[in-house]
Design a binder for this molecule. Sequence first.
Ligand SMILES: Cc1cc2nc3c(=O)[nH]c(=O)nc-3n(C[C@H](O)[C@H](O)[C@H](O)COP(=O)(O)OP(=O)(O)OC[C@H]3O[C@@H](n4cnc5c(N)ncnc54)[C@H](O)[C@@H]3O)c2cc1C
Length: 329
Amino acid sequence: MILVLVETENGAASEISLETLAFARSLAAEGGGIAIRAAVVGEVEDRDALAAELGAHGAAEVHHAVGEGFASYAGAAWATALQAIRESTRSVVVTAAGSPRGNEVLAHLAARLSVPMAANAVAFHGLTPFVVTRQVVGGAALEEMKLDQRPAVFSVAGHSWIASPVAGASPAAWVEVTPEVAESDLVARVVATGTKEVDHSGSLKSARVVVGAGRGAGGPEGFGAVAELAELLGGVVGVSRVVTSLGWRPHHEQVGQTGSRISPDLYVPCGISGAIQHWAGCASSKTILAINTDPEAPMMTKANYAVVGDMHEVLPAIVEELKSRGVTG
Ligand SMILES: Cc1cc2nc3c(=O)[nH]c(=O)nc-3n(C[C@H](O)[C@H](O)[C@H](O)COP(=O)(O)OP(=O)(O)OC[C@H]3O[C@@H](n4cnc5c(N)ncnc54)[C@H](O)[C@@H]3O)c2cc1C
């Protein structure tokens, strides 16, 4: 049995939890059709809708932990719930999205079971031995990790798999469980939530398209076509540290070692040299299309596609071409 911890957002499963179910389905198929169970902790707004959604993404059952101990998020309490569900389902694999919560809960679980935990897996290779490839150094490097104890505990890096529902699948069966939560599990818990200061970098970290610009933009007025292309492609703007240090753009748009780590489907760095500190934040991009006047810039040599040219000419041309093809954003 494969157990997937599912996080919810506004009543529905989070996108990265559905991506984790896609990873689990591939693993289940490799094992000859191992059954998948989903674990959900705390309040659920619409049980039927969630059961249908998780059924479509491969879960045969949803085990829902309810009780006072789950009124607000507490990593240790969620681990208690996951441990109880794992025991009742006799799961040999326990996984979750590589989100802050997913990684925290799995780390608690692995420590309690005295098994290793692999954070941010992007692939697996065979079942015996069971080896996962995972992102390390903030996504700048990959390492292989053998998980030869059971349960195998690992999280799945965001956007490394594509969530794909199966048409006509049955809703998952709903199983309610009431695990006991110790006081000690609630010592570190969420006691209040608010929107006093919004973390704008969230959209950059999860964006599927990022159009980036560096010193080559030439100044704060050099971002018009950058922002326009980002909007047309349904993406966001990301910048180098030079840009934020010079005050051309806000810090929450910075990509890199001291900014956000991104893993979009498409990254378009324009006038960015590709210094190692910037690369550390964008190396997980699936496709990179670099635009730079210098063909030898590190970003140009590492990119999948490179356009040698002035970004102030190339970007407006791309924008015009997209508009002429009816792309409106
Ligand atoms: C501890 C530490 C942490 C750091 N953290 C980060 C970080 O998080 N993120 C980050 O980005 N950097 C970071 N840096 C800075 C990093 O080392 C580089 O200095 C920075 O990334 C360079 O920014 P850039 O590519 O915009 O500028 P440059 O290196 O100056 O490159 C500008 C590029 O634009 C090209 N260009 C110029 N004009 C045009 C034009 N008209 N059209 C097209 N191309 C043009 C040039 O050929 C060049 O390749 C960090 C540095 C340190 C020491």
